[in-house]
Design a protein around this ligand. Sequence first.
Ligand code: HEC
Ligand code: HEC
Ligand code: HEC
Ligand code: HEC
Ligand code: HEC
Ligand code: HEC
Length: 359
Amino acid sequence: MNLINANKSIAFLIVMVLSVVVLMTIPGCEGPKGPAGADGVDGVNGIDGTDGDISGEACLRCHNDDRLLEKRFELNQHDHATMSNSLSRGGRASCGRCHSHENFVSFWVEDTTYDLTSVTGLTCKSCHTLHDTPIVNNFSFATRVDGDIPFLTGGTETFGTSSPSNLCIACHQPRRDYTYYDSTPTDATDEVSITSSHAGPHYGVAGSLIFGKGADDRNGTIALDQGSMAHAFAGCATCHMGDDRLHTFKPDVDNCVACHSDADDFDMNGIPTKIQNAVHAIELEFVTIGALEDDGEGGFDQTASSSAPTVLSGVEYSAFWNYLVLHSDHGSAYHNPPYVKAIINNVEENLGMTLTTWD
Ligand code: HEC
Ligand code: HEC
Ligand code: HEC
Ligand code: HEC
Ligand code: HEC
Ligand code: HEC
């Protein structure tokens, strides 16, 4: 390549670069500007806000109150806070509505899905409506569930409008009745084959026992029609929380004296002890029949399994179901004594045992 050609090439290159730069800075060809559009419609005035007092009273009403700490301390002593025996079931669709905060709220309040799998135990907001409203002054400790409570076994129960105990039976209610295992319930005397080692109404049965419901009344002459008693009018919260609304949910004799003026323990007239002894005798009878076996720890296990069902006569099945009702309510000696006495006598009659006398 000679020098002149090299200079020509450099000059050509400079021209090229400059033209690119110039082209980049010259605006593109556009048409003329159009006419201006019509003015938009005026916006609607905003609604006046309510006076907030976030800084003061509204929040401090609770957040400066010893009660909040006190209730948290009490709740932490109760299984509701941890669901220690049952939280592992809280994320299952058929269990979670009673065994976790998240699924309880989503089932009863939001009425949506209740198979959320990441769950915790109960907290203040499981049972109370606080923080649900944007209106600061509306915050309260009202309970979330009230009125007629639908039961999984059909129908509804209630302690009356505005009773805090309606909340309790949203969870403390049976999951099954006796027809669950007896596929021909209209025939009370035919055989029943049980294949589950966990047969029974489930542990929440206090919520039906207190209203005098849940037993199998098809066999035996002793009628199970005692219905609700004074304890149903009292409601769960009266005995389990008292006037101070204790959040340990532990019954106290002080909560009984309004009606049992001379009570100094729960064993009124020795009746709860008699009930517990009678239930124990019934358990031994079911060991003989083969429906229960000693678990070696002071309790009993059901013997049935899918490969080795427990087959009971109709009369034995009624007795077994009724025993399971008493067993599934850890407070059955207290919740509805007249009904429970009758259930025990009915079981004893159906099993050919000597009947317990109560006075
Ligand atoms: C009716 C009583 C009450 C009022 C009024 C109230 N709170 Fe609460 N708040 C509670 C309770 C109870 C808790 C839960 C405490 C616990 O779990 O131990 C809580 C918890 C909280 C939490 C923790 C997160 C949560 O939601 O659990 C925040 C943040 C909070 N409140 C802010 C406020 C603010 C801000 C206000 C005022 C605008 C307010 N609260 C008014 C009772 C109240
Ligand atoms: C969200 C469902 C739910 C609500 C609402 C509820 N409970 Fe419970 N409760 C449970 C479950 C589940 C357990 C078992 C906890 C565990 O051990 O895992 C339980 C346990 C208990 C226990 C026994 C604790 C122990 O030491 O073994 C008592 C007593 C009790 N609840 C009373 C009440 C009362 C009274 C109310 C109403 C004020 C109430 N519960 C409301 C679900 C609930
Ligand atoms: C209708 C509400 C409800 C449903 C649904 C429910 N449970 Fe429960 N469950 C309870 C209540 C209430 C208790 C506690 C009662 C008590 O302590 O007396 C309990 C207690 C338990 C316990 C503890 C028993 C003990 O001896 O302490 C286990 C385990 C359990 N449930 C498993 C399950 C499983 C598994 C499911 C689902 C297949 C389920 N539950 C569904 C209400 C319910
Ligand atoms: C298992 C349900 C449950 C849980 C969980 C629960 N409460 Fe309650 N609480 C109740 C019931 C039922 C009442 C009685 C309501 C009534 O009398 O109307 C009550 C009453 C109260 C009261 C008294 C209200 C008043 O008007 O005097 C306060 C305060 C309170 N709860 C605070 C709390 C706090 C704080 C937490 C959390 C640390 C909490 N509660 C958790 C069920 C619950
Ligand atoms: C007449 C008072 C009274 C009423 C009303 C009452 N209970 Fe009880 N409950 C008791 C007593 C007393 C015990 C036994 C406590 C003990 O042994 O320490 C008990 C035991 C229990 C237990 C077993 C506790 C444990 O430690 O295993 C549960 C769960 C329970 N009650 C729930 C309820 C529910 C839910 C309601 C309402 C449907 C209710 N109770 C109504 C007095 C009552
Ligand atoms: C609202 C009033 C009321 C309250 C509160 C109450 N009871 Fe009762 N209770 C009664 C009545 C009324 C009877 C008698 C019912 C009957 O025999 O028909 C009774 C009967 C009993 C019985 C059977 C006694 C017998 O001789 O058959 C026991 C046990 C019992 N109560 C325990 C308790 C305990 C424990 C508490 C407190 C934790 C309590 N009650 C709170 C009204 C109450």
